[in-house]
Each structure stands twice: as C-alpha cells, then as structure tokens.
Ligand binder design. Sequence first.
Ligand SMILES: [Zn+2]
Length: 323
Amino acid sequence: MNIDRRTFGRAALGAATLLATGTNSYGTKAATLDATPPARLPAAHRFALGDFTITALSDGYLNLGLELFPAASPAVAESLLARAFLPSSIPTSVNAYLVTRGDRHVLVDTGTASAMGPTLGHLPEALAAAGVRREEIDAVIVTHLHPDHANGLIGVDGKAAFPASEIVVAGAEFGFWHDDGIVSRAPDQMKPYFEIARKSLAPYRGKIRQIVGEVEIAPGITAVPAPGHTPGHLALRIGAGNANMLLFTDVIHASALQFAHPEWAIAFDVDQAAAVTTRKKMLEMASADRLLVAGMHLPFPGVGHVTREDGAYGYIPMPWPAL
Ligand SMILES: [Zn+2]
C-alpha cells in the first residue's frame, strides 16, 4: 500500500473538516434564520435505463470549504464558484442509487446515517418515498468505505440496516480499512474512519463478497476499479447496449471546480496523484464515448453528461423528465 505521510496527513485534515462541516453548516444556517426551517422533503428521482430502473436517492448535503482542495489556486477557484453562483463553502450533495431489474433491488452506497450531522442521513426517507423497504434490498454495493457511503449500513438499532442483503466491496478496500498495520501508522484524526469502516461491515459477517478487478457483480452491473480516492474505490458500469451509464462515484466532489481542473485533488483522497489520474481517465472516457454518468457528489440527482470543449471538461445535468 503506497501512502506517503504527507498525503495521509492531508487526508486526515480533510477528514476532520468533513466531520465538522456537517454540523457547522447547519449551525451557521440556524443562527441566521428566525423561523423554524420547513420540514425537509424526501428526495428521490427515478428513470429508466433499458430494462433497469435507476432511482437516485438523496442523503442530504454537506458544505465543502476551498481549503479541502490544496492544489487549487484560490483566485481561480473563487472565480469558478462565482461563475456557478456558489459560495466558497460549497453545498455538496451526497447521493446513493438504487438499481432495480425485475424484482431485484441493488443499492449502491447507503449514505451517512447519523455520522455527519442533521443535513445528512436522509436516505431512509428517500428509499421509503421510492416505495422500497430496506428488507427488500438484495445486495448493497459499497463503492468505498468512507462514512458518507458506508455508515448507512447500520440501522438506528445498531443492527444491519439491510438484513436480507449481501454486501459487495472491493477486496483492496476491505483490506485497507481492516489492516491493523495501516491503522497503527495513521494519524490520530484518521483513526475514527477505520473504526467507522469496520463497524459498518461488522453486522454483515459471512455475507460480504470481496471482488477483485473489473468483474460483473450482478447481471448488467460491472465493477470498474477507480483507485486513488481510496485504494479500492469502485466505479460501476450499469446497463447494456445503448442503455448504459457510468456511475463514477467519488471521481468528482465539487463539480464547479473539478471538471474545469481535474488536477485539483480533494484532501480526502488517500492517494491524491492516483485520484487525479483516475479522474482524468474517467472524464476522458465519459466525454469521448458520450456516456451518461452519475456521481455521489454531483448536484442531486447527480446524473448527466461530460463535455470536452477547448481542452476543458464540463458537465451538463440530465433534464428531470428523464430518458
Ligand atoms: Zn463521498
């Protein structure tokens, strides 16, 4: 495992900020509003993809500060944000996707549950709004074991949130977060992340399938290794023929910045150089092949296309009256 101390330190800094921002953003907002905010509506958006049905599920949002992009030029970043009508603390969606074919439901990622404050943890309401009970989920693909993707594996009672489900995770991902040697060398701020990753999988012992390389996980759902953000970070190809999409997971965290500057890694990347390489590769493939893409941190529902004009990438969201 190739992790240098500087990179790991940056990841830890980012991790600490991530844990803090979930509550800070809400606290700041609450302080500036007189009235009680209206109740949040569950957010789910469904569309057809060949004989699959894809349902985007919103877990909520968090704010990402510019300091999380250490390679970014602050002046250039500020101007990109201004152009996108965004504040320097960037509201960022946390999405998950339900992939349904016939009566088989595969959930891709699970949101944060209670790990990251009240602006997040809303995936259960979104799933209920989509008319699917958690007991009906046949498999959960966990694209990586960060808390905004894996913590929702645990229910409020501390037991498996998806009791009938098999869990699919990359072997490299499982190995990284369960390696006591790596934990012992990790900075203290990073250690809770190992604990969360382990706890989220613990109720599923005996039902975890570790995969290696580019394999078909279920009919029409193929893993595409996308290392860098974490060692076993997975993208997925879903569908067949012309009706297919690339779910590129955490290849983009801030769409207003990283399509224009794919070389701007986020501090949460365990290996920032590898994450940049993966991002460039995915954006190139998506734009060249005109693929429909989805991402866990693209603005909800997080589905659209990647453009390439004058050497720069861009993003065009899919209209809501979908496909
Ligand atoms: Zn994420």
